[in-house]
Design a protein around this ligand. Structure first.
Ligand code: SAM
Length: 489
């Protein structure tokens, strides 16, 4: 029904820019929401104009998104300031039958001006609001809790070193819903009861749960569970969660405390306590101690998604229990505890186990979401693991250092043909351990200390600009007009 399409603006926070398209695509799948988008859309821009079939779909999308600041219904959009007012005025006049109620006497309103990548004083912003004098407003202004909230936005590009003469885009619309960035703060690691050295950042954990299409009542597994951050995110979206890890001390909160000012861990620091802290302990199934290279799972068990952050061997050890081909004579007596020796879990073997396991234990349509470390210099998509039962549906990069990045891979199970269950493949170039390739690269390209610092600064500058920050006169990177630089009416 082409006539029911309506234009909306997806307004993104300038953070983890490479993840936003994948997240929206996943959320569309969660509710089977249809969406149209222009071919010339530039994903690095914070505003994405799309067509949806109504406000309910817009609200659903926003209700789970970590990337979205908010969604608003688009009334006018142009790159020419002069044409903007004609367009907006024309839109209101021709849609007065449906828009009229928004301007009724008993409905309070607010207009917020936001300028992106260019600073305007409060007085200049108020002047911009005054150019909207033709809005047929009759209700009172309410800056705190308006019934109707309008946004007037000027987008002056992303590069603070190269601000254009005129705004690249001017947008006006009616606010519909905020994204769920509040959840990032809600499950912040700062206030979390139990954390470990490699606890996953809350925003990325929630993004991963969205990539996994986690729904109420799903069963989700993290086979490298650590302190269980990924279980927290999945449980927040209503999944029953299950984890396993080789390290008893980590999982049971017996390792050295992670917080600098904490001397000893509390007795009840554990994954269950975290779920309880966030009110989702009823979603906790269990956490088991097990080496992933030796599967312990009943073959009848099926997961809706497997969401995990495997060890790469840079910050944490990759280990698995050694397989002995020959039994050695042992001096152990009956009843004496035997601690098996471990050896490094080879990079290629770990991903082979993870993908072959996912091919077996995921439901059809279920998703494997996992991180994969890469060296930024030589990365190509051909280097990613492949499997005949698992289709790669998203692949987003998070920069880690000058040399390295990790990519969040999302695979969907598309087949359960028995003959393909072990069809994992990895490019030969990647078979060597990531750690060894990383260390080689660091040695080869390290240069002088001065050069390394300069390279690090370049990465920092790139990331700050991507996040919409500008370099202040005092040499600090700050959010300027893109955040909190608003004028209200
Ligand atoms: C990157 S950490 C996971 C961190 C976790 N996502 C969190 O938020 O705390 C990787 C985990 O894999 C575990 N691990 C390493 N080798 C393993 C193996 N062979 N089987 C199962 N777990 C293993 C480590 O003990 C570590 O806790």
């Amino acid at each position: 029904m082409a006539s029911s399409w309506k234009k909306y603006v997806l307004w993104f926070a300038q953070e983890h820019v490479d993840f936003r398209q994948a997240e929206i695509a996943s959320l569309l799948r969660v509710w089977n929401i249809p969406m149209n988008t222009a071919k010339n859309h530039r994903p690095e821009n914070p505003f994405w104009v799309v067509e949806l079939q109504g406000e309910e779909d817009a609200r659903k999308l926003a209700s789970r998104s970590m990337s979205l600041r908010c969604i608003f219904e688009l009334w006018s959009h142009t790159n020419l300031l002069g044409a903007f007012h004609d367009q907006l005025n024309g839109y209101i006049k021709s849609n007065m039958a449906s828009l009229g109620p928004l301007f009724r006497e008993d409905r309070s309103l607010k207009v917020t001006v936001e300028t992106y990548n260019k600073h305007f004083s409060q007085a200049e912003k108020v002047a911009k609001i005054e150019t909207l004098h033709y809005l047929p407003v009759t209700g009172p202004v309410n800056l705190k809790t308006p019934d109707v909230h309008f946004w007037y936005i000027e987008f002056w590009g992303l590069d603070p070193m190269n601000v254009p003469e005129a705004p690249l885009d001017v947008l006006f619309g009616r606010w519909v819903a905020d994204g769920r960035r509040d959840m990032i703060n809600e499950i912040s690691l700062k206030k979390r009861k139990f954390i470990g050295n490699t606890s996953m950042d809350p925003q990325l954990s929630l993004l991963m749960a969205n990539q996994g299409l986690v729904r109420q009542g799903d069963l989700v597994l993290d086979p490298f569970v650590g302190s269980g951050s990924l279980l927290v995110a999945a449980a927040k979206f209503g999944a029953y969660v299950l984890g396993s890890d080789i390290d008893y001390m980590t999982v049971h909160g017996k390792s050295k405390p992670t917080r600098v000012n904490q001397k000893v861990r509390e007795a009840d620091e554990n994954i269950y306590a975290n779920l309880k802290q966030y009110g989702c302990e009823d979603r906790f199934v269990d956490v088991l101690i097990s080496d992933f290279s030796r599967s312990i799972w009943n073959t009848n068990l099926m997961f809706d998604s497997i969401i995990t952050d495997p060890p790469y061997g840079i910050r944490e050890a990759t280990e698995c229990i050694e397989f002995k081909t020959q039994r050695r004579a042992t001096c152990l007596n009956e009843g004496v505890v035997h601690y098996p020796s471990t050896s490094p879990y080879q990079f290629d073997q770990l991903y082979r186990d993870l993908m072959n396991f996912s091919a077996r234990y995921l439901k059809l349509g279920g998703r494997l979401v996992c991180w994969f470390p890469v060296l930024r210099k030589d990365f190509t998509d051909e280097m990613l693991p492949r499997h005949k039962c698992l289709k790669l549906v998203a692949n987003s990069e998070q920069t880690l250092t000058v040399y390295s990045a990790r990519r969040l891979l999302t695979y969907e199970k598309v087949s359960d043909r028995v003959e393909d269950l072990d069809s994992y493949e990895l490019a030969q170039a990647m078979v060597d351990t990531f750690r060894r390739r990383y260390m080689n690269m660091v040695q080869q390209t390290s240069g002088t200390r001065k050069e390394r610092r300069a390279a690090l600064r370049d990465v920092g500058r790139e990331e700050a600009m991507r996040r919409g920050k500008t370099l202040d006169a005092d040499g600090k990177w700050k959010f300027m007009s893109g955040r909190g630089d608003k004028a209200d009416k």
